[in-house]
Design a protein around this ligand. Sequence first.
Ligand code: G4P
Length: 541
Amino acid sequence: MRLGAALTGTLHTMASPAAEASRRRTFAIISHPDAGKTTLTEKFLLYGGALTNEAGAVKARSGRRSATSDWMALEQQRGISITSTVLQFPYRDCVVNLLDTPGHRDFSEDTYRVLAAADAAVMVLDAAKGIEPQTLKLFDVCRQRDLPLLTFINKWDRPGLDAFELIDQIEKQIGLVVTPVTWPVGIAGDFRGVIDRRDGLFTRFTRVARGATEAPEEIVSPDQAAIDEGPAWNTALDEISLLDEVGADLDIELFQGAQSTPAFFGSALTNFGVRKLLDAVIDLVPSPSARPATDGGIRQLDDPFSGFVFKVQANMDPSHRDRIAFLRVCSGKFERGMVITHGTTGKPFATKYAHQVFGSERETIDEAFPGDVIGLVNATEVRVGDTLWLDTAVEFPAIPSFAPEYFSVARVRDTGRFKQFRRGIAQLDEEGVVQVLRDAELGDQAPVLAAVGPMQFDVAVYRLENEFGAPVELSPTNYKVARRTNAESALAMRGMRGVRILHRADGTVMALFESQYWLERLEADNPDLILERLVAEGSAG
Ligand code: G4P
């Protein structure tokens, strides 16, 4: 699904990278499973004109998956998508890059890493459920990066919570000021339309079957709306005056500074409010900007090409062990065929096979600009967090590793395959497929694999067996929480019950605990211990 070319019209754009960047909006959708992320994605494509057929294609894609996504037998067996990629489509005079965060069953560290490549996120909430655990976890990553957040309160077409209660939940649990941009006329379950608080206009929506085509919208004058909508209209006006009183008004600076979240009410299924949200993505989400480098310098948009890798997908095609590195362009113009430098090794990297990837579908990409994502094939030595550049060297800050919540001990089944096993886990660790934690004494005999989602273990086991020829046995452990510590604190904790000290290959010392409760007790009894929280952890409640 390469849609960008349709927009640019020609394959070679003359505009400067900064000018092209100003047309880019690169964002991700975060949500708890079933809140409506897939439906909203599909409706964005519909409104972006990117669905030639009726809406339903993205959903259909999941049904088709077993037939079309052939990159990994595991994906077929489970009927899930392990890849996370980007959808590019034109909207108004912009290019929208919608990064796909994998869903619940395939939740993994990649889900978090994708947010490192986004300039903003849309948080989708189910109006009947409000903030749910996975939304909170993902939000934690957004907060850590000061990522601007738009809120879409979805499923207003069916009974749900009170609008003010939802706002209250967001403010209390997320800690952002909510500035409703649209306000619903009609309670959840009796959705008539929205009032846009910026101009006071009422947009009335009409349902079409399953939202297969754009929902007809009608701008209705306040006088007419008062007649047509009766009490629902008056209630909405009263509520809006309450909002006006507390000054919950859209403030672009506060939004871009990740201190407030503009909120939109809607129903992805019936398309109500989808256009308003997509317009807000264009109007409010910051376009890609110059990026700070690790040496304190800034890579300007018009500087030579550079980008960083936020995800590596190995073995997408079993017939030729390939490896795709997904790179977010940060500066300059990418032109397929140019030879860039891989920062970590200093080696040249040929980009003859650069792709845009959606699921298992790939299309060659000829050029890309800041904010775009490209898939580099045969990226054998490229790891998550690596920078690639042209002409002048640059290095972007590392992507943090995230708090694992699942821990299993891995052992090779056949000790004769130990060498392969060892090589395999080192490789998977480097690629960031799982985190590998080693006991100082046991080393590679029985490393603990740590992950943010159990799916990562499936991928690791599959690859160890099929790619490295080292079938493994995984045994679950009782550990639930990990903290980063240092050598001194590790020494102090050595003899303590319910805690285990392990090491990462990069020298980080980790302390694992059997429960949050136990960790808190230990902290209370030993206030001098260094026990640092990792990103996106503990907010799941
Ligand atoms: P996810 O990607 O966040 O997991 O959610 P997804 O879009 O798959 O939506 C989950 C369910 O919620 C789907 O129903 C979908 O149709 C429904 N849904 C999404 N948006 C709305 C909305 O605005 N209003 C209502 N009433 N429902 C919505 P399903 O029964 O699981 O799937 P399906 O049979 O409808 O495809």
